[in-house]
Design a protein around this ligand. Structure first.
Ligand code: SGN
Ligand code: CA
Length: 535
């Protein structure tokens, strides 16, 4: 046998036996999936919207070392539905969760489940929010529902416990502890899912002093009058009318603090009261009214929201540092994203839900040393339906169920450039109905957006069920062009594209969209079984 034949035989043997001894596993990339709640692209300095908001050094560090997706969107801008899409690769009308109250079918395929089946060790910590127990994970410890900012209760297969501290720190620490003690013979997928910066914005005490003397720039549409956008007039998510002074803004009178800070330890409460005392006293002594009050609320909102973001950013840094220390950086894919975007005062709003830009966008940054070009940016249209096929593709695992999404691996390998015939339209559908946001579907292309409100709530809405925006001319979406003669041809072609896209994804205006209550699973499938339904 010559040397060449010998080495081929050895190689063959190694390939055959390696999986049994775990060698091949060592080369499969690990995955750290960092997910936060309601953390919007405007708040991430790497997205660079020129808003002069504080820098986010650790998100920026990820972007510098990886790829940032500039045109990343969700398919339904609300928590549970978006999370179900991330897990399954399917839009809401096909994944079983159409609104906030939905529960994930534990028997459905998902990317973590598939990774586990293929030899990964998998774990999820923090905000899960899909009611049923996380399935497809070796370990999980999650909140039930929204979870608490302070001293959260964590539920696991072993029961539940309360952990003292701020939820962002607690979740990171629990996750990093798992990382240290995991099954080292396998590649891992670790999902670290933060509650912050979800309402009611309660930053960690570590961040309470940040931005104290700063005045944030106001978005030009803070005092939007919704002219030409009839449905938006009936919103219930205004900073002026719907944001609560006590529980949302920490502006306490009387004994309100005791109720709002009910879960806090005496020390945490003391730190909170001290941090807001002076400003609150000044407010009570001379309460602003009208527009001045909206401005005051906007500033307080921004400070607390951005302090929560700073806490997530700090914890992202902690995770990246730990990967460095453990020598895992080179062979670990880090994905950062959030479940949807959010309004930071644009249109006078907080919250999300609308197919308008700020809540339609979804931050997405991917680092994979050696594969993803450092500091690259992709302008391709990507959506949360793409995550499941992408993550499996990156791990070399075959997808074995039908998804709506497409793997982003070719883009990741190619500096962000999309293959020919990449999608040029994304599809959106929202039905939850909370915060006065009516059911609507939408499509977005690079240059235009079309919204369709299919459940008008009054005659005025009935007369204005289509909204068309020119995203280049009007990036803030202030002028609905649907009724304009100048745009009649554009409206027609966008409507045709809308129907085609809806059909392409197998959606229709009937059926599952009216089944808001979803399927009821066995009691033991739930983190906490729901109360029996009234007849
Ligand atoms: C809570 C919030 C709402 C928010 C939903 C959905 N109210 O109900 O403002 O829209 O969650 O958020 S709160 O006063 O209880 O915070 S989601 O991120 O879970 O979709
Ligand atoms: Ca959310």
């Amino acid at each position: 046998m010559n040397m060449k034949t010998l080495s081929i035989r050895i190689l063959f043997l190694v390939t055959l036996l390696a999986p049994r001894f775990g060698y091949a596993e060592a080369n499969r990339p690990n995955i750290v999936f960092l997910f936060s709640d309601d953390l919007t692209t405007q708040a991430i300095s790497a997205y660079n919207y020129g808003l002069k908001l504080p820098p986010t050094p650790n998100f920026d560090r990820l972007a510098r070392d990886g790829m940032l997706f500039e045109n990343s969107f969700c398919g339904n801008s609300i928590c549970t539905p978006s999370r179900a899409t991330v897990m399954t690769g399917l839009h809401s009308h096909k994944n079983g969760i159409v609104n906030l109250g939905g529960a994930l079918d534990p028997h459905r395929p998902s990317w973590p489940k598939k990774l586990k089946q293929s030899g990964y060790t998998t774990a999820v910590f923090g905000k899960w929010h899909m009611k049923t127990k996380p399935n497809g994970f070796d370990d999980w410890e999650v909140f039930s529902g929204q979870g608490s900012y302070y001293n959260p209760d964590l539920f696991s297969a072993k029961g539940n416990r309360r952990v003292e501290g701020h939820s962002t720190d607690v979740v990171t620490d629990v996750a990093l502890n798992w990382l240290d003690n995991r099954d080292h013979s396998k590649p891992f997928a670790l999902l670290i899912q933060h509650k912050a910066p979800h309402r009611n914005w309660k930053p960690s005490i570590k961040e309470l002093e940040l931005y104290r003397d700063m005045t944030f720039p106001e978005p030009p549409s803070l005092f939007d009058n919704y002219e030409s956008r009839i449905a938006a007039k009936n919103h219930k998510m205004g900073i002026d009318e719907h944001m609560r002074m006590d529980s949302d803004l920490m502006m306490f009178r009387g004994d309100q603090a005791n109720r709002v800070l009910g879960r806090f330890t005496p020390e945490q409460r003391e730190a909170y009261l001290a941090a807001f005392q002076e400003e609150n006293d000044a407010f009570i002594a001379n309460p602003p009214t009208g527009k001045a009050l909206v401005r005051w609320k906007y500033q307080r909102y921004m400070k607390n929201y951005l302090r929560c973001v700073a806490g997530v950013d700090r914890n992202v840094g902690k995770v990246l540092d730990r990967l460095d220390e453990l020598n895992l950086t080179e062979n670990t894919i880090v994905v950062y994203c959030a479940d949807q975007g959010f309004y930071l005062g644009e249109h006078g709003w907080f919250d999300k839900r609308w197919a308008y830009e700020e809540s339609l966008r979804m931050p997405l940054i991917v680092r994979w040393p050696g594969t993803v070009k450092k500091g690259s940016r992709s302008s391709a249209m990507v959506q949360n339906i793409d995550y499941a096929p992408t993550l499996l593709d990156m791990a070399g695992v075959k997808l074995d169920w039908e998804v709506h999404g497409i793997s982003l691996l070719p883009l990741l390998k190619n500096g962000g450039a999309a293959p020919e015939n990449w999608r040029s339209t994304i599809y959106y559908r929202y039905i939850d109905g909370g915060h006065g946001v009516p059911q609507h579907s939408a499509i977005r292309t690079k240059d235009f957006k079309l919204l369709h409100f299919d459940q008008p709530r009054n005659a005025a809405e009935e007369a204005s069920i289509w909204e068309l925006f020119d995203l280049n001319q009007d990036p803030q979406e202030m002028l609905n062009l649907a009724g304009k003669r100048t745009h009649a041809t554009k409206l027609k072609s966008m409507k045709a594209l809308f129907h085609k896209t809806k059909q392409y994804y197998g959606d229709s205006d009937e059926g599952v969209w009216t089944n808001r209550r979803g399927v009821r699973f066995a009691d033991e499938d739930y983190i906490r079984p729901p109360r029996p339904r009234r007849r």
